[in-house]
Design a protein around this ligand. Sequence first.
Ligand SMILES: [Fe+2]
Length: 359
Amino acid sequence: MTYHCEQLNPHACKSYLIAVPGKEEAVIIDPVIDHVNDYANLCKERGLHLTQVIDTHTHADHISGSASLKDIFNCDYVTYVNSPSKCATFRVVDGFSWDLLGDIPVQILYSPGHTKDSFSLILPDRIFTGDALFLDDGGAGRDDLPGGDPGMHWETLQKFCQLPEELIVYPAHDYRDREPSSLKLQKETNPHLKKSMESKEAFIHYLEDLKLGPADWMKDVLKANYACARDPKAAWIPTDAPACEVKGTIDIGANEVEVASIPPSVLKQKMNSSEPPILVDVREAEELVGPLGKIDGVIHVPIASLSRKITDLEPYREKEVVMVCRSGGRAYTGAQILSMAGFPKVSVLAGGMLSWNEL
Ligand SMILES: [Fe+2]
């Protein structure tokens, strides 16, 4: 049995289209409301009709596109049995199995921890893990939001460890363009999974040490998803925030570091002074040649590799360093990392390139 699986989004939230060659039906896992029209157009172009939309859990960092797609395609909306969603039509339980699109065996694995209604979909060759497990050093989704439970998350990871190691992991988020890879590899590289294999206590202690900052806006997003919002603006969502990530990629303690920001106008003045600051742009390479452009003379170190490349920045340790990204989110994380590493004069370009370009 062959089937087609395609990730549809251009950003950190991952939505997967599943279709069977020769069939006119399809399924989307974890659709995002901002792209509902794109999904609908894609289906139209390919002559596909959605029969099911599936949310692996109630999302806190984006509004689900499932309610809107359910309206458009009159399809089923699949959630876990205890999902607070008011418009789910097909509620699954642990161990439930069926043939997706009539062809692809799928089994439900209850995967709480990030939320109480999280589940994974096990297909013959892959597993859709939602936020229960991300890829590599991305770790997994945070457990500090309403319904989160580190102990349950540990139990979920124990279940993952019992599954066939050749299953390929497809998460609901990835902030650093990592490629899906096997559970076997995740056991070797994923800090959450590795720590969970030590002991429950060690895992919970590890999560406590991450000490995430508050994310009150995420509670509003949860509420919008409980209510099956069809409006992308039903809750305010910041751009550029790796919101669901537990910062598996940054140093423990860095989340607590507060860093200063510098307005674009002040930075511009300093750039023209006799001792201009060092600029470090932490965006991805393609963004630097994109519409927002880059500031002349920046040092480019993508946020994902900043921790590993701090030695490259050693010559500038005592200088004034300004971190730059699209809107300030990643640069803030970058400034926290450099501050933790002992750089004394690090700040963030307030509003990032979006604000810089408005000067
Ligand atoms: Fe999530």
